[in-house]
Design a protein around this ligand. Structure first.
Ligand code: EPZ
Length: 419
């Protein structure tokens, strides 16, 4: 068992390099299986457990995966021999559902176990299924696996009922090798949707409009290997921005796309922090007392749901009342009970957390109930008086590369203990 042990109270200072985006990489890796010739060399891939899981799944399907360095993978999918992804790794993570779209697109059939992922509420895949069916596939669910099959895939007009990152990416992937043009409407506009579209285009796809409300996919006959670099992680960057403000530090966060961080920067500025934008960096520091704010999560370019939990740790030590209204996931406040163990005063009503900022938090033994909850507990531990130990950190390792090393380099007292 591994845990993080933090002695709180140190102000973070210095600069931290952000890794490639988890939520891009976890879609790009499955999509690489669509290249029927040549190799995909993908760099800026974060060294996280979700990526390791996908490497194993790719190998189990017959891909050759070479790790050229910690952040560069070379994937050769020319000899894929199986369209069945039914291992424990598939069940463990959410993004394994991108194998449904990718295998369907290239081989016109797939059998993929239903995905797992963070316990943050009901996570249906009805919009993925609706999209695959519109493209001409039959979709059934048997013994916990999704089975998709099509004689051939054809273009279609698909209007999503909800704005969904997963279904937008998955159906875009599936439409790439379909015959004719697919028009996707009411799509997600997150930076990782654009990144996956750019990756597919680098392999030879013809996708336009990613990042707007309508994506047009003109089907092509085949895809080939390419060289690609994953965009920086908006959520990892947001987490460090919040940690800088929470510890009243002065941190320059490098290798970011500042545009992707605007909603987070705006909230920190509203609280009283200073955020300076560089070309590919943001600097966050605090010169005056911060004040409480209200946060409502929303699809991009709104405030990201994935940064809401770290934000709750910051707001719990800022005087005054703050609200966090979670509009994407119905149950993304499980970490609040852990924050309360550290002295936070927070009430959850439905999807809203009502926070009365305390002067300080006190170290305690807490658990990371999910990935971003874990990041919230790290931030709480950094500002708390005394020692905080965070258990169940396998959730954190799924999405944050070498988190303790990065915080240590900024002056935090944080160690990983293996028991
Ligand atoms: C992605 O999840 C991310 N995960 C999540 O990040 C993130 O919270 C979420 O997008 C929203 O930004 C990955 O990219 C692997 P959705 P995803 O489809 O794709 C409803 C993290 O911390 N919905 O955009 O699963 C759904 O219930 C993780 O890194 C349907 O109703 O999310 C939710 O309310 C956690 N039917 C809303 O849409 C569907 O078929 C948004 O979900 C699909 C989704």
């Amino acid at each position: 068992m591994e845990k993080l042990v933090i002695s709180g109270g140190k102000s973070l200072k210095g600069s931290v390099d952000i890794n490639g985006a988890k939520n891009s990489a976890v879609a790009i890796l499955p999509a690489a299986i669509m290249a029927s010739e040549g190799k995909c060399t993908i760099d800026n891939v974060p060294d996280i457990e979700d990526v390791h899981c996908l490497e194993r799944i790719l190998r189990s399907l017959g891909c050759t995966v070479n790790k050229l360095d910690n952040n560069t993978l070379e994937i050769d999918a020319t000899d894929v021999r199986s369209v069945e992804a039914c291992t424990d790794d598939v069940r463990r993570m959410r993004a394994s559902y991108y194998f449904i779209g990718a295998l369907l697109s290239r081989f016109k059939k797939a059998r993929v176990e239903l995905p797992g992922g963070c316990p943050i509420g009901v996570r249906p895949i009805d919009q993925h299924i609706k999209g695959f069916e519109a493209l001409g596939a039959s979709v059934t669910i048997e013994h916990g696996a999704v089975i998709v099959e099509a004689e051939h895939l054809h273009g279609a007009n698909i209007f999503f009922d909800v704005v969904t990152v997963g279904a937008t990416i998955n159906v875009m992937i599936a439409a790439t090798l379909a015959e004719g043009t697919t028009v996707l409407e009411n799509v997600a506009k997150e930076p990782h949707v654009v990144d996956v579209a750019n990756f597919l285009n680098s392999m030879g796809a013809d996708i336009k409009g990613a990042g707007t409300d309508i994506i047009r996919v003109k089907g092509v006959e085949k895809l080939s290997g390419c060289n690609y670099s994953v965009i920086p992680d908006q959520i990892e960057a947001g987490t460090f921005m919040i940690a800088a403000a929470a510890t009243k530090g002065d941190v320059t966060i490098t290798n970011v796309i500042p545009k992707h961080l605007e909603s987070i920067a705006a909230k920190l500025i509203e609280m009283g922090a200073t955020v300076e934008e560089g070309d590919d960096s943001v600097r966050v520091y605090v010169e005056r007392d911060l004040k409480g704010v209200n946060v409502k999560t929303a699809p991009y370019p709104g405030f990201p749901t994935d940064v809401q939990q770290p934000m709750s740790a910051l707001l719990s030590i800022v005087p005054g009342k703050s609200l966090i209204a979670e509009s994407i996931w119905e149950s993304r406040h499980k970490h609040i009970d852990e924050l309360k163990k550290m002295g936070a005063t927070i009430k959850v009503e439905g999807r809203t957390a009502i926070i009365e900022g305390s002067e300080k938090l006190a170290g305690a033994s807490v658990i990371a109930t999910d990935l971003r909850a874990g990041a919230a507990m790290v931030i709480a531990g950094l500002v708390a008086e005394g020692v905080t130990e965070i258990l169940e950190i396998e959730h954190i390792d799924r999405g944050y590369p070498h988190i303790e090393d990065k915080f240590t380099a900024l002056g935090a007292d944080i160690v990983r203990v293996i028991e």
